[in-house]
Design a protein around this ligand. Structure first.
Ligand code: C2E
Ligand code: MG
Ligand code: MG
Length: 713
């Protein structure tokens, strides 16, 4: 982010500069005003001074004139020129007196203070003479250079002459000017001093503003800039700020502290979020995201050091069953136990650099690394141990659960050049392990894979498999419990793939159902089973055997099932009562009304309907009342645990009683031990099926079995 152009400090400097400018302007205006006032003052004092001077010169002139006039009365009366001369000279000698003239009553000059009195007896003709001669009392006349006092000299009422006294104005003006210039000089000095002070104050002000700017920079701008930079770093994901220990107790110090605390708490929060984002919440193991990131680094390092890596892809076999039958809580519990077992094995046998992650669902991934030669040996040993460890029963909700695992192993650099390829091939290898019969591990094989693309490839392979005769039906005999007589056979589909070998129905039936292939496959199976059953000989008791065909939920809901059944029966000539359809519980769960109508339609064709894998779904026993079926097949997982698990025994007993109460047949599948058969027959189970009695057989083998005298078990 760019630093703001007009920052706090710049603003503060502008404001301070503005304030200083305003102060300077005010000072300038004040100084100008003061200068003007000084000028006015000077003018005013000039006029006062000249008035004062004027007044004093007038007063002085008058008193001089009056005392001289008094002294002149006698000498003038007696025309004593000498005495007049003495008087006139003594007055005229005064500094401020310019001239003294004494004249007679007619205006003729009598004395002017000189020795010879050059103008004696001559009439005075100067501009002020007329006014002076006519003056009856004191008269003041002014010319530019002189202020003249005129005064008559009298004896009684008789005017015997007059006196003219000229005061020197030029000198007065000079004195006046001198005083004024002294005043002006003083004032100028004062205003210069003023200016000096003002300049000093301004300098102090500017200095103060600079100090303030520095202070603001240190106490405000710098911390705020630090906060800004820190915020930008936090924004960029860097939470490690150097601690700002300013020791300040003010608001900014508080803010810095709070910010520091906030960044620490964000860092903590971030770590927590990362931990949560990178760990699996259930098991606490690394999750897919974190594993992917780490895998990239590990591959880089391995490439650089010429190291070999092995990726083990673990998938729990039939884990879905735990969730479906015991609920998700139990599923979580089982997963946790698996995770612990895997973690222990990895810790002990995985080497120091081993990395374990849960990939979601029931998939776990392990990465082990070693110097090129040994990694494969290590991977094999670890995989063997895991397969063995994970086969041990788990205890979940007080029950023992038997699960296993399929493990795929892909190697770097042999099988993959990058992380996604390594993972993909590990996944494929795991799938190959599943195809190989589960509970085992499998190294990724390019020959097998060869664009397996997993389900997609299988799906492609499955299309047309029937036409290529890769799909066959085998029949597992179903016996009557009472006399161990075979009374029917369940048609089970087998897929013998030319490359992949025997693909288990658990895999391809699932694919067929999900891809919709079952819609075309189902009717073919039905028809083939009917054709086959029509050829079966009767059993030793002379009864005709029924054939039991598995039907997928999709077939039931497509609505074409009834037609397929009718066609199958018609084409084979098989009696409808000899055809049984096995529907899974899940097919009829949810919409019982719809299921009931569909089943009703099926019944009308005369076939029987059984609920397969009963007990594994979510429906309770009461559910049986709502759907019109002719029998239930107790799931083999219950039968497997009959001897060990009292719950399973109780449930099986309840299912049988319930079936009998409803008047329908109880069938048990998956009987592997005589004790199981014993328990079931004690409880009155009608029909039984299982490896211990007979494995799924091809048609010829089934016919053999029916014809052999020992068919009755
Ligand atoms: P299912 O209908 O429950 O079939 C019974 C399964 O139990 C068969 O597995 C059978 O081989 C196996 N089995 C029989 N006796 C024993 C025993 O004593 N112990 C144990 N552990 N298992 C036993 P299979 O053939 O692998 O079939 C698996 C599932 O595939 C079947 O379960 C069925 O749901 C489905 N399936 C098979 N063929 C078809 C078919 O043609 N159409 C449809 N829609 N589904 C089919
Ligand atoms: Mg079945
Ligand atoms: Mg079944």
């Amino acid at each position: 982010m760019k630093r703001p152009h007009f920052g706090l400090q710049a603003r503060f400097l502008c404001a301070a500069g503005g304030a200083v400018l305003v102060v300077i302007a005010i000072v300038v205006v004040l100084l100008a005003r003061q200068a003007a006032a000084q000028r006015e003052l000077l003018q005013a004092s000039g006029s006062v001074v000249s008035q004062v001077f004027d007044h004093s010169v007038r007063e002085q002139g008058r008193s001089l004139a009056e005392s001289l006039a008094d002294a002149l009365v006698n000498p003038l009366y007696y025309s004593d020129l000498d005495a007049i001369g003495v008087l006139v000279r003594s007055t005229a000698s005064q500094k401020s007196v310019s001239y003294v003239l004494v004249h007679d009553a007619e205006g003729r000059l009598i004395h002017d203070g000189s020795v010879e009195v050059a103008g004696y007896g001559r009439r005075m003709r100067d501009p002020l003479a007329a006014g002076a001669i006519g003056a009856e009392a004191l008269r003041v006349q002014e010319s530019p250079m002189v202020l003249e006092m005129d005064l008559p000299v009298r004896v009684g009422d008789q005017r015997i002459g007059g006196l003219r006294l000229g005061m020197d104005l030029a000198q007065l003006r000079a004195q006046e000017a001198e005083a004024m210039s002294a005043l002006a000089q003083r004032m100028g000095e004062a205003s210069r001093r003023q200016l000096g002070w003002a300049a000093l104050m301004l300098m102090v002000l500017v200095g103060f503003a600079c100090l303030m700017a520095l202070y603001v920079q240190r106490t405000l701008v710098r911390p705020i800039r630090w906060l800004g930079a820190a915020a930008r770093r936090i924004e960029a994901g860097d939470y490690h700020l150097e601690q700002q220990d300013t020791g300040r107790g003010d608001e900014v110090g508080e803010l810095l502290h709070a910010f520091g605390r906030m960044s620490q708490s964000i860092a903590r929060h971030d770590r927590e979020v990362r931990r949560m984002a990178y760990t699996d919440s259930l098991t606490g193991l690394t999750n897919r995201l974190a594993f992917r990131e780490a895998l990239d680094h590990r591959l880089l390092a391995a490439r650089a050091h010429g190291q070999g890596l092995a990726l083990l892809f673990i998938d729990i076999d039939e884990f879905k069953r735990v969730n479906d039958t015991l609920g998700h809580e139990a599923g979580d519990d089982a997963l946790l136990q698996f995770a612990q077992r895997i973690a222990l094995a990895v810790e002990q046998d995985g080497g120091e650099e081993a990395m374990l992650a849960r990939f979601g669902g029931d998939e776990f991934v392990i990465l082990i690394g070693n110097d090129a030669g040994r990694v494969e040996t290590m991977a094999t040993a670890l995989a063997k141990r895991l397969v063995a460890d994970l086969e041990h029963p788990l205890e979940v909700q007080g029950r023992e659960i038997f699960l296993g695992s399929s493990i795929g192993i892909s190697l770097f650099p042999e099988d993959a050049a990058d992380a996604s390829e390594l993972l993909k091939n590990g996944d494929i290898a795991m799938y190959q392990a599943k195809l190989a019969g589960k509970h085992c591990f499998h190294y990724y094989s390019r020959a097998l894979d060869h664009a397996v693309g997993r389900r997609l490839h299988l799906e492609q392979e499955l299309r047309g498999a029937w036409e290529r005769n890769e799909l066959q039906l085998v029949y597992q005999p179903i016996f009557r419990t009472l006399d161990r007589m075979p009374v029917g056979g369940e048609a089970l589909l087998r897929w013998q793939h030319p490359v992949l070998g025997l693909v288990p129905p658990s895999i391809f039936i699932d694919i067929a159902e999900q891809s919709g292939l079952i819609q075309s496959l189902g009717p073919k199976v039905l028809r083939a089973a009917c054709m086959q059953a029509a050829k079966w000989p009767r059993n030793a008791a002379g009864e005709a055997l029924f054939v039991s065909v598995n039907v997928s939920p999709r077939q039931l809901h497509s609505g074409e099932l009834v037609a397929a059944v009718e066609q199958g029966l018609k084409a084979s000539g098989l009696d409808a009562s000899r055809l049984h359809l096995e529907l899974t519980e899940t097919a009829v769960i949810g919409d019982e009304m719809l299921a009931a109508t569909l089943l009703e339609k099926l019944h009308r064709t005369g076939v029987k309907v059984w609920l397969d894998d009963f007990g594994t779904g979510f429906s309770g026993l009461s559910h049986l009342r709502q759907v019109p079926v002719d029998g239930v097949k107790i799931d083999k997982s219950f039968v497997a645990d009959l001897q060990r698990d009292p719950d399973d025994l109780a449930l099986t007993t309840a299912i049988i009683s319930m079936a009998h109460a409803l008047g329908i047949t109880a069938v048990a599948e998956g009987i592997e031990q005589p004790a199981q058969l014993e328990l079931l027959s004690e409880r009155g189970c009608d029909l039984v099926q299982g490896y211990w009695l007979a494995s799924p057989l091809d048609p010829e083998a089934l016919v053999c079995l029916l014809q052999s005298p020992s068919a009755a078990g």
